[in-house]
Design a protein around this ligand. Structure first.
Ligand SMILES: [Zn+2]
Length: 138
């Protein structure tokens, strides 16, 4: 019996070799699929099991895929999007925390976010990225 499980582990290891495996995108797809499946328990939302099943199949397909290059590209695109979303929330959190002492403005030329102190009157602000000067009343 012990030998059987040892052989099973070795066979599973051999079968998974060269395959992509589980990553952040697959985890996100599985999580969304699980949420959809839970929501599908509500009678009005029962058809959510279809997208849940599709997302779960896509997640499994990505896991067992041998096209590593394409899976890596998908992962990096996903991480780029998630990074932008997280950065936006981090900026909003920082702006909320500093709301009494600082103001956040966007550079009109390069769209960079600039942090300016509040209550200092008329200021000339230079963008760190493009060196554009902005005159702003704080
Ligand atoms: Zn700029």
């Amino acid at each position: 019996m012990k030998n059987f499980f040892r052989n099973l582990g070795a066979k599973a290891q051999r079968w998974m070799s060269g395959r992509y495996g589980y990553d952040e995108l697959s985890r996100a797809l599985s999580t969304i699929a699980l949420i959809f499946l839970l929501l599908a328990c509500v009678p009005e939302l029962k058809y959510l099991y279809v997208p849940a099943l599709l997302l779960w199949i896509i997640s499994l397909f990505r896991c067992y895929s041998r096209n590593l290059e394409k899976r890596r590209n998908e992962r990096s695109a996903y991480l780029c999007v998630i990074g932008r979303i997280k950065g936006w929330f981090a900026l909003k959190k920082r702006a909320w925390k500093d709301r009494k002492t600082h103001r956040y403005i966007r550079c009109k030329q390069c769209k960079a976010v600039l942090r300016v102190p509040k209550g200092k009157g008329k200021l000339q602000v230079t963008c760190n990225r493009c060196h554009n000067t902005i005159i702003i009343k704080t």
